[in-house]
Design a protein around this ligand. Structure first.
Ligand code: HEM
Length: 509
C-alpha cells in the first residue's frame, strides 16, 4: 500500500470538512444577520416586505423588472407613508419628507449627500453622479452661470436651428401614409440640441436620420446600467452584472466613448476661439490655460452629463406631450388652438412668446406628472437627521417616491388621468375647480435644493418651443391601433424606456 493511498482519503476528508464548516459558518452568519435585520436593526420598527428587511434582493428584483416606481407605489399603499424597502433603505411619500431630505444645506453644501447610485466608477463623478458635497459645490459654481437668463437667451438660436430641421424633415417625410417613428426622431432632435448647447458639438443625427453611435450604445446599455447600480448592493456578486450586456455593445460603447472624448478635446482646444456661446464657455472661459489631467477628466464627465441630462428628459417630454395630447382630443384641440392663436407666422414663435402660453405650460406640467421621468427615488444618505418627524440614523439610504406621489388620490384628483387643466390658474377659461385641491405646489419634477436640476428653465423653454413649432406647423395624427400608458408601456432602467410603437403619421402642413 503506497503512501498516496493513505494521504488521498485524508485530503478528501479534510476538503469535505472545510466545505461543511464553511457552509455552516455562512448559514449561521446569514441566520444571525436576518435576525439582526428583522429585530435589532435601527430600521426594524419600519413596516415593509419582510424579505426587503433581510436582503437587498427584493429591491434589486423590482429594479430588474423595470417597474420599480410602480411597485414602490403599490408597496407604500400597502404599508404606509414610510416603508423599509431594503435592510438599510427607507422610502417616503409625503411632501414634507421630500422637503426635509432635499432642501437642507449648510453653506451651499447638501446636508443629505447623494448616494452612490448610477455612477459608473469613472475617475471623476462629473456633476450628476458626484457624491462629495464639497466637490459638487465647486462644479455647480462653474456650471450655474451657463443657465442664467442672459446665457440662455444667447443660446436660444440653437434650439431653433434643430427644431427647424426637424419641422423641415417632417414636411418631407411626415405626410406619407406609413407615418414616421416619433420616438427616434425625438431622441435625435433633443440630443442634437443638447450636444450643441453643451459644448458646440454637432452630432448631425437629424440630418443623417440615424442615431449616433453614442445614442445607440447608451440605449443598448440601458439595462446594464440598472444591473450596475444594483450590483453595488451585492459586492461579492458584482461580476455578474457584466453578463447583462452583449459583448458587441461593450465594443460599440467603448468606440462611442472614444468619439465623445475626441469631440470634447476638440472643444477644449477651441476654447476662446469659438464664435458662438455654449455651456462650456462658462466651464472653461476664453484665456484659460490647458487644464490639468484631473480637471480634464472632470470637465469631460460634466460635458457628458450635460449631454445626457439635457437630452433624455426633453425627448421624453416632447414624445409624451404629443402622445398624451393626441389620446385626449379635447386637450389636443385646446393646445393647438392656443398655439396657433398666439402666432401668426412660424417665424414669430420664440421662447419669449411660448412661455406666455398657459395651456402649453399646463400640458408640460401634466406630462411631467403623468410620465414621471426621474422616478428613481433620488437616493440620499442620512447624516443622522429627522425626516418628516422620523429620526433617521446616519448612513441610512433615503428615497422619495415621486411617482407614487403623483398617483396618490390624497395629492391629485383623478390621479391616473391626463388632465392639463389641473395646472391652470383660476382665471383661465378652462380652469376646473374639481382640481382645486391638487398638491401643485408640492410637485417638484426638477427636485429641490442645491442638487435640483440647473436645467429647469432651459427645459421649460426648450420643450415649449419644440411643441409650439411642431403643433403650429402640422395636424398630427397617431396611426391607428396605438395607445400609450405609463403603467403598462414604460420601463425604468438607467433611462426611462418608452414604447417603441411610435409610428406616427399624417403630418399635414
Ligand atoms: C423636463 C426636463 C428635466 C427634468 C424633469 C429634469 C429633472 C432633474 C432632476 C429630478 C434632477 C435631480 C436628480 C437627482 O437628484 O438625483 C436633475 C439634475 C440635473 N439636471 Fe435635469 N431635468 C430636466 C432637464 C434638464 C436639462 C435640459 C438639463 C441641461 C443640461 C439638465 C441638467 C441637469 C444636471 C446637470 C443635473 C445634475 C445637477 C446636480 O447634481 O447638481 N436637466 N434634473
Amino acid at each position: 500500500m503506497g503512501i498516496a493511498s493513505v494521504i488521498e482519503p485524508l485530503k478528501e476528508a479534510a476538503a469535505t470538512y472545510w466545505v461543511v464548516i464553511s457552509a455552516i459558518t455562512v448559514s449561521v452568519y446569514a441566520l444571525f444577520r436576518c435576525i439582526y435585520n428583522l429585530y435589532f436593526h435601527p430600521l426594524a420598527k419600519y413596516p415593509g416586505p419582510k424579505i426587503a428587511a433581510v436582503s437587498n434582493s427584493w429591491y434589486a428584483y423590482q429594479w430588474i423588472t423595470g417597474r420599480y416606481p410602480i411597485v414602490i407605489a403599490e408597496t407604500l399603499k400597502q404599508y404606509g407613508d414610510v416603508v423599509r424597502i431594503g435592510p438599510n433603505i427607507l422610502v417616503f411619500i409625503t411632501p414634507k419628507a421630500a422637503a426635509d431630505t432635499y432642501i437642507p444645506s449648510v453653506k451651499g453644501l447638501e446636508y443629505f449627500p447623494k448616494a452612490d447610485f448610477i455612477s459608473l466608477g469613472w475617475p471623476d463623478q462629473g456633476i450628476t453622479w458626484e457624491t462629495d458635497p464639497v466637490r459638487h459645490h465647486q462644479k455647480a459654481k462653474w456650471l450655474l452661470p451657463a443657465f442664467s437668463a442672459k446665457s440662455l437667451k444667447e443660446k436660444e438660436w440653437v434650439m431653433h436651428k434643430y427644431t427647424d430641421i426637424f419641422v423641415k424633415s417632417m414636411k418631407e417625410l411626415g405626410g406619407q401614409d406609413k407615418g414616421i417613428e416619433l420616438k427616434q426622431w425625438a431622441d435625435w432632435l433633443a440630443m442634437d440640441i443638447a450636444a450643441d448647447l453643451g459644448y458646440s458639438r454637432e452630432m448631425h443625427q437629424l440630418e443623417e436620420m440615424r442615431p449616433s453611435p453614442y445614442l445607440a450604445s447608451i440605449w443598448a446599455a440601458n439595462f446594464f446600467v440598472t444591473m450596475h447600480t444594483n450590483a453595488k448592493k451585492f459586492p461579492l456578486l458584482s461580476w455578474m452584472q457584466y453578463f447583462s450586456v452583449p459583448p458587441s455593445v461593450i465594443g460599440s460603447y467603448v468606440k462611442a466613448i472614444g468619439a465623445n472624448r475626441a469631440a470634447f478635446m476638440k472643444r477644449v482646444e477651441a476654447r476662446g476661439k469659438t464664435l458662438r456661446p455654449d455651456h462650456f464657455d462658462k466651464l472653461l472661459p476664453a484665456g484659460s490655460p490647458m487644464p490639468s489631467k484631473a480637471d480634464l477628466q472632470s470637465l469631460e464627465t460634466v460635458c457628458l452629463h450635460l449631454l445626457l441630462a439635457g437630452y433624455e428628459p426633453i425627448s421624453s417630454s416632447f414624445l409624451c406631450i404629443v402622445a398624451y395630447s393626441l389620446q385626449h382630443e379635447e386637450s389636443y384641440t385646446r393646445l393647438v388652438s392656443e398655439i396657433r392663436g398666439a402666432f401668426e407666422n412660424y417665424e414669430d414663435i420664440t421662447v419669449e412668446g411660448v412661455v406666455q402660453l398657459k395651456f402649453l405650460h399646463a400640458t408640460v406640467m401634466e406630462q411631467l406628472r403623468v410620465a414621471v421621468v426621474g422616478a428613481t427615488g433620488q437616493p440620499r444618505v442620512s447624516p443622522g437627521a429627522t425626516v418628516d418627524g422620523h429620526y433617521i440614523p446616519k448612513g441610512v439610504e433615503i428615497q422619495y417616491a415621486n411617482y407614487a406621489f403623483t398617483r396618490d388620490p390624497r395629492y391629485f384628483h383623478d390621479a391616473y388621468s391626463f388632465r392639463p387643466q389641473r395646472w391652470l390658474p383660476q382665471d383661465h377659461p378652462y380652469y376646473d375647480p374639481v382640481y382645486a385641491k391638487d398638491a401643485r405646489d408640492d410637485f417638484h419634477p426638477w427636485s429641490q435644493g442645491v442638487r435640483s436640476c440647473p436645467g429647469m428653465v432651459l427645459s421649460l423653454q426648450e420643450t415649449k418651443l419644440i411643441v409650439a413649432k411642431v403643433l403650429w406647423s402640422f395636424d398630427v395624427e397617431m396611426l391607428p391601433g396605438q395607445h400609450v400608458e405609463y403603467e403598462r408601456d414604460f420601463r425604468m432602467y438607467g433611462m426611462l424606456e418608452k414604447p417603441d410603437l411610435w409610428d406616427m403619421g399624417k403630418w399635414e402642413n
